[in-house]
Design a binder for this molecule. Structure first.
Ligand code: HEM
Length: 508
């Protein structure tokens, strides 16, 4: 009896598997091959959440490392993965049929932006008379763009060099500088909640200085006055955002952290303008244009929270890894301390052009940290028939470039690909222009914050080395990275992996 039931279940399963993974690929050679699985719908969902990077590397090797696009089914969705540099370039160029906007829309929905607001955001005005945003705010919109398209322009105006950018840069870097000036009696920077009275956690140091600067540079000081714990809620949310994106059950605490941040931004928005001075252009213009469209305040707060998230989600982790490696390498530390010293002029602040153009080892460290720890997976929705690497991608499917597959390509980076070796960027000056180096994506969604991210990390390191002798407490190697969770950005260390530091002021 049991045998018959088993057979009636197993028989069709074997037939289905034979059809899906042997016969169908044979009949349709122009479609990407798929990694076989046994349980329909589930596919490789669990291994993806447990060790997504390992699963993708395993899949690439399963197909003999040809780097042709391949597919993996994850919880009922078939994702197409692109891992060769040439295909990644095609992916970023193909902005017409591979839509990033639709993915942003899904992310916005996971953040809690309402369907009505999303509709308003993505609606293109039919003509000048219908262009309410332009009429009410005076913002020119000759191409009748939707508000979500205009937002991209606002972000570029804010984060790419120009008058508005320099204003933000001064404020951002000014906050970092102030945070690193004050040292209280227990030898820790004033803004840091250290792990003990004498020691500072590297992660807390990186988080407290950069998130504080990030929030203040965008919103002025008011937001942190309204909720001094905002950075804590933000970090809780940031660590677990993947649960919302993957609709993971039981993400109550993640939702609570998100709601807390949004509630504070809503309180901020409810204040009269004169009580919340110091907001950046991008915050002001996003608020004004959404109000013009009649978008409710809770949606405006959620959209501004997305802005806060996109500007702060990665950089503190980048700084953490840069310092974690630097502090284990006395020669590199001495080199970077020497080369950055001329950038710091007492009373005149830090010279950014000097740090960026005349400090090759600092740049090499920054580039190598991004190569090794950036776990970004650029994702697009296929909106019209598209072919990449000679393989047809079905309309409605998702296609992903997992950047780690490019950054650990032995044929590009050589036999030491698995080593942390900043000198590779000194040896090969053009490596950052390689199509296999894409920490900030590419094409129309090329990260507008890439310059600011580099400056934040560079200024922090230069000032920290000039102002402190930084020692690691105890015998610890570089913390172990958590490759298990679907990071979606710069990866975190595994829980409990951190470095304790002792900071002693240097006489400058
Ligand atoms: C280590 C730091 C950072 C990394 C690794 C990073 C990475 C990326 C990547 C890969 C994308 C493109 C996503 C895609 O095409 O699928 C992106 C987009 C974006 N990034 Fe960054 N980013 C960083 C820092 C920043 C900072 C500091 C800001 C703002 C100040 C920022 C703002 C944005 C925005 C607004 C977008 C969306 C652009 C669009 O919609 O076209 N990022 N980032």
């Amino acid at each position: 009896m049991f045998g018959a039931v088993l057979l009636s279940f197993v028989g069709p399963l074997i037939l289905w598997r034979l059809y899906a993974f042997t016969i169908k690929p044979w009949c349709r050679p122009n479609e990407p091959k798929e990694i076989p699985y046994w349980i329909p719908y589930l596919g490789h969902g669990i291994p993806y959440v447990q060790n997504g990077l390992g699963l993708i590397s395993g899949a690439r090797k399963y197909f003999n490392d040809t780097r042709e696009p391949f597919a993996i089914t994850i919880f009922g969705k078939k994702l197409y993965f692109v891992t060769s540099p040439e295909d990644a370039t095609a992916f970023f160029k193909e902005s017409e049929t591979l839509s990033f906007d639709k993915i942003v829309r899904e992310i916005a929905s996971s953040f809690g932006v309402s369907d009505t607001a999303l509709y308003d955001f993505n609606r293109q005005p039919l003509g000048e008379k219908d262009d309410v945003v332009s009429r009410k705010t005076g913002i020119k919109n000759p191409h009748l763009k939707s508000l979500s398209q205009l937002n991209k322009d606002f972000m570029k105006q804010q984060f790419l060099p120009g008058e508005r950018y320099y204003e933000l840069q001064d404020r951002f870097l000014g906050y970092i500088e102030t945070s690193l000036i004050q040292v209280n009696t227990s030898n820790k920077p004033a803004t840091c909640e250290a792990a003990s009275h004498e020691h500072t956690s590297l992660m807390e140091w990186s988080q407290s200085v950069l998130i504080d600067a990030g929030v203040r540079a965008l919103f002025g000081d008011k937001l942190l006055e309204l909720d001094p714990d905002l950075p804590k809620h933000f970090l809780k949310f940031n660590d677990e955002l993947w649960k919302l994106l993957y609709k993971w059950p039981g993400a109550t605490q993640t939702r609570a952290a998100k709601s807390q941040c949004i509630k504070t931004i809503q309180q901020y928005l409810a204040l009269p303008k004169h009580e919340r001075p110091g907001a950046a252009y991008v915050v002001e213009v996003m608020e004004a244009t959404q109000r013009a469209l009649g978008i409710p305040e809770d949606d405006i707060a959620t959209v501004l929270f997305m802005l806060l998230w996109s500007t702060n989600t990665n950089t503190y982790k980048l700084l953490f890894w840069a310092l974690a490696h630097l502090l284990q390498d006395p020669d590199l530390l001495a080199t970077i301390r020497d080369e950055t010293a001329p950038a710091i002029k007492p009373g005149k602040g830090v010279s950014i052009p000097y740090l960026i153009d005349s400090c090759p080892w600092l740049s090499a460290l920054f580039n190598e940290v991004l190569r090794v720890y950036d776990g970004v997976s650029s994702t697009r929705l296929v909106t019209a028939p598209t072919s990449i690497g000679g393989k047809a991608l079905p309309v409605g499917s998702r296609v992903v470039v997992p950047v780690q597959q490019l950054h650990f390509n032995r044929s590009i980076y050589g036999p030491d690909v698995n080593e942390f070796a900043p000198e590779r960027f000194i040896r090969s000056k053009n490596l950052t222009h390689s199509s296999s180096y894409r920490p900030f994506g590419g094409g129309t969604s090329y990260c507008p914050g890439r310059l600011l991210a580099r400056q934040e990390v560079s200024v922090f390191i230069a000032l920290a080395l000039a102002r402190f002798d930084v020692e690691i407490v105890g015998e610890r190697g570089v913390p172990v990275v958590d490759k298990g969770l679907p990071a979606g950005g710069v990866m975190s260390p595994k829980p409990g992996e951190d470095l304790l530091l002792r900071l002693s002021p240097r006489s400058v």
